[in-house]
Design a protein. Structure first.
Length: 585
C-alpha cells in the first residue's frame, strides 16, 4: 500500500513539474506589454485563441481567463466589437468561477470603458459593477483606474459634478500610495473639467501642481504636455500673450527631444494666437514651422513607403533568379517523374480499393446512427407520454384535493356562527395559501408539458400573471413590452421556468415591499441572447446596508444556473431596476 501511495505522489509531482513550463509560457504571452498588444492587435487574436486553448487543456483557469481578456482587447482595436464583448464576458465568467475578484473588477471596468463611444449607458452600467466589486472588497489596484475612467464617462455625459467627484476619489487614492506618475494625470483631468466650466483659476492651480510633480520626477513629455495645457487654458481665456509664452515653454522641450506631434500642435496654436493679435508676420512664420513639421512627417512616411517598395523590388528580382534556376533543373525532374509514374498509378489503384472499403464502413455507420436516432426518438416519445401522465395525475388528483380544501375552508367559515376573528383570519390565510399553491401547480404542469419554449409562450404566461396581479391591486399600472424579433426565439424548459419565476418574484417584490404605483416589464434582443428589465417607481432600498432576502438571492441563483447575469440597481426613494442578461441562447 505504501508503495502505491509513493508511486501516486511521484506521478502527481511529475505532472505538476511538467505543467510549470507550459504555465510560464501562457503567462508570458498574457503579460505582453500594452504597447505590443496595441501595435500588433491585427495578428494577436490567433495567438491569444491558441493561448486560451493551451490553458484549457491543462485546466489553468486563470491563464484561460486572461487570454480571453487580452483577446477581447485586440478585437476591440480591430473594430470587432461583438467579439470584444463576447470574449470579455467569457473572461468574466471564469474570473467569477475562480473567485478572482481583482481581475473580475478590472475586466468589468475595461469592458465599460471600451463601450463608452458605442453605448454610454451600458458603459456606465458595466463600470458600476466594477466599482461595486472593487469597493466592496477594498481592491486598491482596480480602483486606481476605475475612479478615473468612471469620471471620464460622467464627463462625457456632461455630469461635471460627478466627474469631479470620481476624479478626486482617484486622486486621493493615488496620493495615499504616493503614485507620482499617476497623480499628474488625475490633476490634469480635474483641471480639464474646470476649463469646461470656465473656472479658470482652479484649472490653472491644478495644471501647475501637475507640472511641479512632473518636474520633480523629470518627466519631459509630461512637462511639455502641461505647458501646452496651460497654453490651451489661456487661449480659452482669450489671453493670447500668456498662451504664447506657455506654448513656447513647451516647444523648448519638444523641439529638443523631437516630440514632433506636440511641437506641431504648439506651432499651429501660436500661429492662431498671433493672428488674433493681428501680428500677421509672426503668425505666418510660426505657421510655416508647423507646415514644415507636417511635411517632415509626410516625408518620413513617403521614405518608409519607398523603402518598402525597394524591398518588394529586390524580392521580385530574387524570385526571377530562382525561377531561372528551377527551369535548369526541370529537365532532370522530368526523368525522375517518369520513374515514379508507375508507383503513383499503383498507389491510385490501392487508394481506390481503400476508398471503396471506407464507403462501405461509412454506410454501416450511417445505418447504425439511424437506428440510434430512431431509438432516441422512441425514448423521447415515451418520456413525453410519462410527462403527460404525471401532469394529468397532478391536475386531476392533487388539484382536485386542493380545490376540496378551499371549499371545506369556505364551508367551515360560513357554517360556524360567531366565529372568532383570529380564527377567521387564519382560515383566510390558509385558503389564500392553498389558492397560490394551485397557481404554482398549474405553472409546474405548464412547464412539464413543454420540452422547448418560445419567447411567445413565455410572454403569454407573463401576460396572464400580470393580469392576475393587476386584478389583485387595481391601483398599480403595468406595462409589458417584448421585441418582435424575440417572439420566435426558442430555449429549453429550464431556461423558460427560471426566467418566469424571476420575473414573478421581481413583480411580487415591487407590489408587496416596494409599494410601487407603476411596474414596467421590457424584453428586448441583446447580442445573441436577450435582456429583460423589470422596473418600478417604488420606495427602493440601500443595497449596501440591506440584507438581501431569500427572494433576491433565489432570483440571482436562478439566472446564474442558466448562464445569465442578474443585476439589481436601487436607491432609496428612486425605485428598483432588475436587469437580466442572457447570452448565446
Amino acid at each position: 500500500m505504501k508503495r502505491s501511495y509513493t508511486l501516486m505522489f511521484f506521478l502527481i509531482s511529475f505532472l505538476c513539474f511538467a505543467q510549470k513550463p507550459e504555465i510560464k509560457k501562457i503567462d508570458s504571452i498574457n503579460n505582453l506589454p500594452f504597447e505590443v498588444r496595441l501595435k500588433d492587435a491585427s495578428i494577436l487574436d490567433k495567438v491569444y485563441l491558441k493561448n486560451a486553448e493551451n490553458a484549457a487543456k491543462i485546466n489553468y483557469d486563470l491563464g484561460e481567463a486572461k487570454s480571453y481578456s487580452n483577446l477581447s482587447l485586440v478585437y476591440y482595436y480591430q473594430g470587432k466589437y461583438e467579439k470584444d464583448l463576447s470574449y470579455s464576458l467569457k473572461a468574466i465568467r471564469i474570473f467569477e468561477k475562480i473567485n478572482d475578484l481583482e481581475n473580475l473588477s478590472l475586466e468589468w471596468g475595461e469592458l465599460g470603458y471600451r463601450m463608452k463611444k458605442r453605448n454610454l449607458e451600458k458603459a456606465i452600467f458595466y463600470m458600476q459593477k466594477a466599482k461595486y466589486i472593487a469597493e466592496k472588497n477594498n481592491l486598491r489596484k482596480p480602483l486606481l483606474s476605475i475612479y478615473n475612467n468612471y469620471g471620464v464617462l460622467k464627463e462625457m455625459k456632461k455630469e461635471y459634478d460627478s466627474a469631479l467627484f470620481f476624479y478626486n476619489k482617484g486622486l486621493a487614492l493615488k496620493q495615499r500610495i504616493k503614485d507620482q506618475v499617476g497623480i499628474p494625470y488625475s490633476l490634469n483631468n480635474i483641471a480639464g473639467v474646470f476649463v469646461l466650466r470656465k473656472q479658470y483659476d482652479q484649472a490653472e492651480d491644478h495644471y501647475k501642481k501637475a507640472l511641479e510633480i512632473r518636474k520633480k520626477i523629470n518627466d519631459t513629455v509630461g512637462i511639455a504636455e502641461n505647458y501646452s495645457y496651460l497654453g490651451d487654458l489661456y487661449l480659452s481665456k482669450d489671453d493670447c500673450k500668456k498662451a504664447i509664452d506657455f506654448y513656447k515653454n513647451s516647444l523648448e522641450i519638444t523641439d529638443k527631444y523631437k516630440y514632433v506631434g506636440l511641437s506641431q500642435d504648439s506651432y499651429k496654436k501660436i500661429s492662431e494666437c498671433y493672428e488674433s493679435l493681428n501680428d500677421y508676420k509672426n503668425a505666418l512664420a510660426t505657421y510655416k514651422k508647423h507646415a514644415a513639421l507636417n511635411d517632415s512627417i509626410l516625408n518620413h512616411e513617403t521614405n518608409s513607403k519607398i523603402a518598402e517598395l525597394e524591398v518588394k523590388f529586390d524580392t521580385n528580382e530574387k524570385e526571377k533568379q530562382l525561377l531561372q534556376q528551377e527551369s535548369e533543373i526541370e529537365t532532370s525532374r522530368i526523368k525522375v517523374t517518369v520513374a515514379i509514374v508507375f508507383a503513383i498509378l499503383t498507389s491510385i489503384i490501392g487508394f481506390l480499393f481503400y476508398r471503396q472499403q471506407r464507403l462501405k464502413n461509412k454506410q454501416q455507420n450511417q445505418q447504425f446512427e439511424l437506428k440510434s436516432a430512431m431509438a432516441q426518438i422512441e425514448s423521447q416519445n415515451k418520456l413525453q407520454e410519462q410527462r403527460l401522465s404525471i401532469s394529468r395525475d397532478l391536475h386531476d388528483n392533487i388539484g382536485a384535493q386542493l380545490t376540496f380544501i378551499i371549499s371545506s375552508l369556505e364551508n367551515t367559515k360560513f357554517g360556524i356562527p360567531n366565529l372568532d376573528t383570529a380564527v377567521e383570519k387564519r382560515l383566510e390565510k390558509i385558503s389564500d395559501f392553498t389558492r397560490n399553491t394551485i397557481v404554482e401547480l398549474r405553472d409546474t404542469i405548464w412547464a412539464m408539458n413543454k420540452e422547448d419554449f418560445t419567447m411567445e409562450d413565455l410572454s403569454s404566461r407573463i401576460f396572464n400573471f400580470v393580469e392576475q396581479a393587476q386584478s389583485a391591486n387595481q391601483n398599480i399600472k403595468f406595462n409589458f413590452s417584448i421585441d418582435e424579433e424575440l417572439k420566435l426565439k426558442e430555449f429549453s424548459s429550464v431556461v423558460g421556468v427560471n426566467l418566469y419565476r424571476t420575473i414573478q418574484e421581481a413583480v411580487n417584490n415591487a407590489m408587496k415591499h416596494a409599494e410601487a404605483n407603476h411596474i414596467i416589464i421590457n424584453a428586448e434582443k441583446f447580442s445573441e441572447g436577450l435582456k429583460i428589465e423589470i422596473k418600478d417607481d417604488g420606495k427602493g432600498f440601500d443595497k449596501e446596508n440591506t440584507d438581501l432576502g431569500n427572494g433576491l438571492l433565489n432570483m440571482k441563483k436562478r439566472i446564474e444556473e442558466i448562464g445569465g447575469v442578474l443585476a439589481i440597481i436601487s436607491d432609496i426613494g428612486k425605485g428598483t431596476l432588475v436587469n437580466v442578461e442572457l447570452q448565446n441562447l
